[in-house]
Design a protein around this ligand. Structure first.
Ligand code: IMP
Length: 423
């Protein structure tokens, strides 16, 4: 059974832990979208590691890790990341980089910065060049990993691009980028990455034919999706299920189950609407307790209660089969916990998630209160041992969203995971 693991909120739901936990059951783990804007935190032999581009199955000796054609790749960052995890004895014979993954160039990073100042609102991007790199794909200008291995081919494609970008950068008063300042360096990184680079589309389809079990690793989350998220406060790719097919070349027939990852509360980094946001002491408490600081940029995350209206929408647009609920233990000491069950606007109550930021900025959340369980759940191994209040909280999520909570995480290590959540 092939599985997709996707974030149901604004990213940072704990996908790294979930995938690292699930990966040993799978023979192939494939990233299909995003770039090094992602930060998937995993604990390997007690050590904290943040992966940005490498699939979270990289530490599973039996899994083949694939960076699919839908991922935008900065060759410098990927090389650094590979070298950084080499010391853990990772078998890189099991790493595959798609030859048709669009490249992130230094100009993209510069454009990411200047474009922020030219919008009617600031998105608060990670400034990694993700948006401009995807723009080049739809603009039919992109340069791919497979272009890095031949100097003439790379130069021919990149020279007019560099001129085009510099015109834009000049217009927006950014710093122009000299092609000569990075072209040789990029070609050197190309030599290193060549060994990993393959036609991932055929390779993945062959794995499928051979019956290998495949895990699709989503980055970011549904509410950051370019088509379904809180536009324009979104990323430039499709973390939702559709991205799996365009980002791998595997068809819809390859997917059996979709597991959605959700925190027991909500966080978001960067700008944009957040109806359940907590700005006072409780927010500060959750940020501290949950260590809610961006794993890529270090920015403090905005925090809020679990928003069931948004969660149900995320479940709907992805055909989610079950939920993997993370960070339940962060709520352990609270006397009272809240959830958002509707939005009040113009005297009406709605349970529709309109991904329109002006609408979402103007709704007042309808709150349901729960009594806290006020006991330590971090050592609990079985669902039946959870406090009654925690079980009630989980049951309410299931009833509202219409899908079961199959797994609950109560701490960072793999052992702190409660599976088969039934009485
Ligand atoms: P970009 O992906 O760098 O263009 O950033 C667009 C928005 O997505 C910003 O609000 C970022 O903070 C957010 N974002 C991008 N990647 C992640 C992630 O992995 N986790 C959480 N937020 C992210």
């Amino acid at each position: 059974m092939n599985l997709a693991v996707i974030g149901l909120q604004w990213g940072d739901e704990g996908k790294g832990k979930a995938i690292n936990y699930l990966a040993p059951e799978y023979e192939v783990v494939v990233r299909y979208q995003g770039g090094h804007n992602a930060g998937h935190t995993i604990y390997h032999n007690g050590e904290k590691i943040i992966l940005h581009l490498l699939p979270s199955g990289i530490f599973s000796p039996s899994a083949i890790s694939v960076i699919g054609n839908g991922v935008v790749v900065n060759p410098v960052k990927l090389t650094e990341e590979i070298k950084g995890v080499e010391k853990f004895g990772v078998d890189f014979n099991n790493l595959v980089l798609s030859s048709t993954a669009p490249l992130i160039l230094p100009e993209h990073e510069q454009l990411d910065v200047v474009f922020e100042n030219s919008r009617y609102v600031e998105i608060g991007t990670t400034r990694r060049g993700i948006g401009p790199a995807y723009e080049d794909l739809t603009g039919r200008r992109a340069v791919f990993t497979g272009d890095l291995f031949d100097k003439d081919r790379f130069y021919k494609k990149i020279k007019p691009l560099n001129e085009y970008y510099n015109k834009l950068i000049r217009t927006f008063k950014g710093e122009e980028i000299e092609l000569e300042s990075y072209i040789d360096e990029y070609l050197e990184y190309g030599k290193f990455l060549k060994d990993f680079t393959k036609n991932s589309i055929y390779l993945l389809n062959n794995f499928l034919k051979q019956g290998k079990k495949i895990l699709f690793e989503g980055a970011q989350g549904v509410l950051l999706d370019i088509n379904f998220g809180t536009f324009p406060f979104v990323t430039s790719s499709n973390p939702t299920v559709g991205g799996m097919f365009t980002g791998t070349g595997l068809s819809h027939k390859s997917l059996d189950t979709v597991t959605g990852i959700s925190k027991a509360y909500t966080t978001r980094v960067g700008g944009g609407p957040f109806p359940s946001e907590l700005k006072g002491d409780t927010g500060d408490y959750l940020r501290k307790q949950g260590n809610e600081y961006g794993s890529t940029t270090g920015r403090p995350r905005r925090v809020g209660w679990l928003d069931l209206v948004a969660l149900k929408y995320a479940v709907m647009v992805n055909g989610v089969d079950d939920i993997f609920l993370t960070k339940l233990d962060v709520l352990d000491e609270l006397e009272e916990i809240e959830m958002v069950t509707g939005y009040k606007i113009d005297g009406d109550i709605s349970t529709i998630f309109e991904p329109d930021h002006i609408y979402l900025d103007n709704v007042t959340p309808v709150i349901k209160k729960f009594k806290g369980w006020r006991s330590d759940t971090s050592g609990i191994k079985e669902y039946k041992s959870l406090p009654e209040e925690a079980k009630g909280y989980i049951r309410f999520i299931e009833e509202f969203s219409g899908v079961p909570v199959r797994t609950v995480s109560v701490g960072v290590s793999s052992e702190q995971t409660i599976k088969n959540c039934k009485e």
